[in-house]
Design a protein around this ligand. Structure first.
Ligand code: MTE
Ligand code: MO
Length: 199
């Protein structure tokens, strides 16, 4: 099948759920990251929140897992043009983490930090959207190491580079500041339906 026929078939199948210029990757799940897979162990794992918040907070793995657990389904849209539909995620919603955080007035953007050094910025407004989850389980299985074990962020309405793997914390900020790929020319926000791929 040519790429054009395939795009057409994907459009027929997924309709509006397929953003422009994307194609369905089917059952496969490409692995994409910069650098190696960081070594993480659950005993020393921490999730730290700081920056423009009333009080910085640190969660151990146990404390994080004691937060309300949610299961939901969402689609992945990678800027390299593959989409993966109907992913079943389990984890802690951003809004349930936010119950323990008081952002200061004027906090508008968040830098997401990862083990291994990767960063990506996400507007607070986007983190507050429905379906934003810190996931530890995908389709019923613990996340594979290469997909972000033990915990990754999933922001389903933005390109997948915003869905940080091996997440270790958040820094609330007054204004938007580019993370890793955003510094190398990826779009500062990354809405797939507006094709905000590169800036
Ligand atoms: N920590 C970390 N998270 C990351 C990346 C990375 O390099 N490091 N790459 C991003 C990019 S560009 C993509 S497309 C997705 C890929 O996730 P996957 O390997 O689970 O498909 O992870 C995102 N999260
Ligand atoms: Mo990506």
């Amino acid at each position: 099948m040519s790429i054009f026929t395939r795009r057409h078939a994907d459009r027929e199948k997924w309709g509006e759920r397929l953003p422009p210029g994307q194609k369905d990757t089917g059952d496969g799940w490409p692995v994409l990251h910069y650098g190696g897979i960081p070594k993480v162990d659950l005993d020393s794992w921490r999730f730290e929140v700081g920056g423009l918040v009333e009080e910085p907070i640190v969660f151990t793995w146990e404390q994080f897992m004691a937060l309300p657990q949610t299961r939901l389904t969402s689609d992945i849209h990678c800027v390299t043009a593959w989409s993966k539909f109907d992913n079943d995620w389990e984890g802690v919603l951003f809004k349930d983490v936010l119950q323990h955080i008081k952002p200061k007035d004027g906090a508008r953007d968040v830098m997401v930090h990862c083990y291994g050094g990767y960063t990506t910025n996400v507007p607070l407004m986007d983190l507050l959207q429905e379906g934003v989850i810190f996931a530890h389980t995908h389709n019923g299985q613990p996340l594979a190491k290469e997909h972000g074990w033990p915990l990754r962020l999933v922001v389903p309405h933005l390109y997948f580079w915003k869905s940080a793997k091996w997440v270790r914390g958040l820094v609330f900020m007054e204004q938007e500041k580019p993370g890793f790929w955003e510094m190398y020319g990826y779009h500062i926000r990354g809405d797939p339906w507006n094709e905000e791929r590169y800036s």
